[in-house]
Design a protein around this ligand. Structure first.
Ligand SMILES: Cc1cc2nc3c(=O)[nH]c(=O)nc-3n(C[C@@H](O)[C@H](O)[C@H](O)COP(=O)(O)OP(=O)(O)OC[C@H]3O[C@@H](n4cnc5c(N)ncnc54)[C@H](O)[C@@H]3O)c2cc1C
Length: 289
């Protein structure tokens, strides 16, 4: 099938995108990597009057670091995220999560901003943004604003982004030295979305957990912050942790569902095991290092 007709624009500045979005009055869609949008257009599940291609805007690319925050341009391709030396040092969890997004070929075009703006509940990057305490910067002709990742997602593909807003940067706090990273994904095949996914960071100091950021993907209608287990982990000495008991709390905030790939019960059972194993392996590895 071919897409329904639309007007195509490829502006070179953020201001121009904002102007076009305002003029379109909700009838425009942004084209980033196209790895989700192009199939939707071809199937006519998306029928914008105007397509705004944001690939020519240099200001939407690149990485900078300042004041303990990494600022990432949304138009960085997922493979650029994986290869970036600054991100390897400053945001290793984000790099690990990106390795699990789709396939090498889709990552050549797919962007970090496209994934975070889309809000697929089983996707790796929105949950990782939530776990790390990231926020997004958005622009429109009405001005700019920041939205915390944990307030960005309302439901599958439903986000706090207004139809006239462009995501212009992702701000990710840098976690302290001594942080360990949790990332586990259970998927049917490599490159598939997660049936059950866990992503998170634990900042350790003197054998205790000083800060915890943990989120699930594939475990509810949005990425889900595991608030209860984060609270239970705070201040705890590592050698007193009981991973199995904590695993019950770890899934307490989730809302697993049945679909054609797995039942809610499967997701709950596997989620608990994934959490317990990730916690014990990660902390043991660190202790052995
Ligand atoms: C075979 C295959 C396997 C895949 N597997 C996975 C997977 O395992 N995990 C995963 O997470 N994804 C997966 N994907 C999707 C992933 O490849 C896409 O990159 C991602 O979902 C969207 O990013 P994109 O840059 O391609 O965005 P596009 O498809 O161009 O856009 C997606 C949506 O985001 C909006 N958007 C994009 N950029 C912005 C912005 N800056 N501001 C506001 N809105 C914006 C668009 O308007 C559109 O609505 C897969 C895709 C394919 C084809």
């Amino acid at each position: 099938m071919k897409p329904a007709p639309f007007d195509y624009f490829a502006p070179e500045s953020v201001d121009e995108v904002c102007r076009l979005l305002t003029e379109a009055g909700g009838g425009a869609t942004l084209l980033a990597g196209g790895q989700t949008l192009m199939p939707l257009l071809a199937l006519r599940m998306s029928q914008p009057f105007i397509l705004i291609d944001i690939n020519r805007i240099a200001a939407l690319k690149g990485v900078t670091r300042a004041d303990g925050v990494t600022r990432i341009g949304p138009m960085m391709r997922q493979n650029e995220v994986i290869a970036d030396p600054v991100l390897a040092q400053a945001q290793p969890l984000l790099v690990t999560a990106t390795r699990h997004v789709g396939h090498h070929q889709t990552r050549n075009r797919g962007t970090i901003g496209g994934s975070i703006a889309l809000g697929e509940p089983a996707a790796e990057l929105p949950a990782t943004a939530v776990a790390l305490g990231a926020s997004v910067e958005v622009r429109s002709t009405r001005g700019s604003r920041r939205i915390a990742a944990e307030e960005l997602y309302f439901g599958p593909y439903a986000t706090a982004l207004e139809p006239d807003e462009l995501l212009t940067a992702i701000h990710v706090p840098e976690w302290p030295a001594g942080t360990v990273w949790l990332f586990r994904e259970i998927a049917q095949r490599p490159g598939d979305f997660g049936l059950v996914g866990l992503t998170g960071a634990l900042a350790l100091k003197d054998g205790r957990i000083e800060r915890a950021g943990i989120a699930w993907f594939g475990m509810g209608p949005t990425p889900i912050k595991a608030r209860q287990v984060e609270a239970a982990l705070l201040g705890q000495a590592i050698d007193t942790l009981d991973p199995r008991a904590l695993a019950e709390l770890a899934i307490a905030d989730t809302a697993p569902f049945d679909d054609s790939h797995a039942s809610a019960e499967y997701r709950r059972t596997v989620g608990k095991r994934v959490f317990a194993r990730a916690l014990s392996e990660t902390l043991n590895l660190r202790a052995a290092a």
